[in-house]
Design a protein around this ligand. Sequence first.
Ligand code: 2RA
Length: 355
Amino acid sequence: TKPTLALVGATGAVGTVMREIISGREDVYGEIRLVASARSAGKVLQVRGEDVVVQALAPEVFDGVDIAIFDVPDEVSATWVPIAAERGATVIDKSGTFRMNPQVPLVVPEVNPGDAANRPLGIVSTPNCTTLSMMAAMGALHEEFGLKELVVASYQAVSGAGVAGSARLYDEVEALAGDRTVGTTAGDVRKVLQNKLGDGDDTFPAPVAFNVVPWAGSLKEDGWASEELKLRNESRKILGIPDLKVSATCVRVPVITTHSLAVHATFEREITVADAHRILEAAPTVVLVDDPANGIYPMPIDVVGTDPTYVGRVRQALDFPNTLDLFVCGDNLRKGAALNAAEIAELIVATEYTA
Ligand code: 2RA
């Protein structure tokens, strides 16, 4: 019989994309249960063309579930993932709660698929969307040339902060539209938004429209943002390079969906642009878009809604040996979240369940 799947966090930004992805696949699962907070219980949502009533998160919803995919806040995962695992479900968790736990594999199917089988707690973690946006590409380059150092600047979309993040940017753009003087004086954007939208909103630490905000996540030691540390720790774990040197600056930009990263990557061995092109072209889930003479490079407006990791602007660093500079884009709700979780689930089903 086909495995039973539970989607926990079915109503969120990622949950919505997850239902879409699962609906477009071959029938991998038997029953699919949709689970969310008590507030959303009773809602009717579509999956695989059928109406499914959302159930409230409770221990019993996991009875008989083979695979549970969680996309909920860290503290909700901390409480409920162990309950689901205890009831026998293999859990694929998108939160940050278990990612660095040595007993929990952190999996990107293109890079370290074998790790998914070794899960003593019954939990597999899926990385943060910022890390995921570059992993398929960096994993492929690392395999042949040995990665040593990564310096990364991110350009993160507002939907990384969920439905509320997208809503905030749409509201801000609407409030600012039509005034062709706004954005010309320090503080004028803040003033217009305060007047029109009030000042109760704390989705982002500053306006994102007409702006870039050099901050994503929460404050950690020595001024680092949580997103920057995740990028460092998770890249090391996924690539299996515990001493990989990583330095990141994470920035929020006025893009609805698709994270971009400027990556400065140093390798053990000499690597040319032609080498990188060959490897990236051969990588099944990477698309090379690198023809700047014709204005062809990866951009969120072209990438959003698609599955691959897009790479372009590949250059040999002029002053750094064995180093490439490149630009990467990936849909943060698809490969960055829902798609990677769905792929981990499918990997487990393919290797451990027989129809
Ligand atoms: C963000 N990476 O973009 C986060 C979401 N987990 O806000």
